[in-house]
Design a protein around this ligand. Structure first.
Ligand code: FES
Ligand code: FES
Length: 206
């Protein structure tokens, strides 16, 4: 009797041989698929960086910075470790908390998920670029007035999300404020204060 017929009950049709056969087919399918893709829909050649650090130029808060970055380096690391802009916080490092929010071309993004290489020709704004010299932005002042910060770890990212909302909507509703910060996690539970602060800033700016 062949070894393969001696299967345990309940594993109908499954054997190591079938499993290996299946994975072999899958691998073969991938090769065929890749060939087909490359032949018919080949994208334009992307720039190749690395594997060592390469020079990069970044436009941050109206300044131009020249530094080095690894090809796989994320923006939060470049900002904090190379440019000494430590206002942007790194908390989860995986896009789950938005503590690392900065603006790229005026849109809020998680800098822990953004490759530095990809934002070289873009306008980057961090929390350090929100105030006008010594004068706080109304959203920063409102956070102070409404006690919207406790430990402060989420605060820079929260402010960036709120500012981004105010930049595109000068008179947001409470629901719109809630929606704007829905990705920003605050373990200290400052949400009601953040909502009030954003509405207050909108009032002052209006
Ligand atoms: S640190 Fe980037 S999303 Fe949490
Ligand atoms: S103020 Fe502490 S996490 Fe938000």
């Amino acid at each position: 009797m062949k070894k393969e017929e001696n299967k345990p009950a309940g594993k109908k049709g499954f054997s190591r041989r079938n499993f290996l056969r299946g994975t072999g087919l899958t691998a073969a399918g991938m090769v065929v698929g890749t060939k087909g893709f490359a032949g018919e829909f080949a994208p334009a050649a992307a720039p190749v960086y690395g594997p060592d650090e390469v020079p990069v130029t970044l436009s941050v808060n109206d300044g131009s910075y020249q530094t080095l970055a690894r090809p796989d380096e994320v923006l939060v690391d470049t900002l904090r470790e190379r440019l000494d802009l430590t206002g942007t916080k790194l908390v989860c490092g995986r896009g789950a908390c938005s503590a690392c929010t900065v603006m790229v071309d005026d849109k809020p993004v998680c800098s822990c998920l953004t490759l530095t290489m990809e934002v070289q020709d873009k306008k980057i704004t961090t929390i350090e670029g929100v105030a006008d010299g010594d004068e706080l932005h109304p959203i920063q002042q409102a956070f102070i007035d409404e006690d919207a910060s406790m430990c402060g770890f989420c605060t820079p990212g929260m402010i960036m999300s709120c500012k981004s909302l105010l930049d595109r909507n000068s008179n947001p509703s409470l629901d719109e404020v809630k929606k704007a910060v829905r990705g920003n996690l605050c373990r200290c539970g400052t949400y009601p204060h953040v909502f009030k602060a954003t509405l207050k800033a909108a009032e002052r700016m209006g």
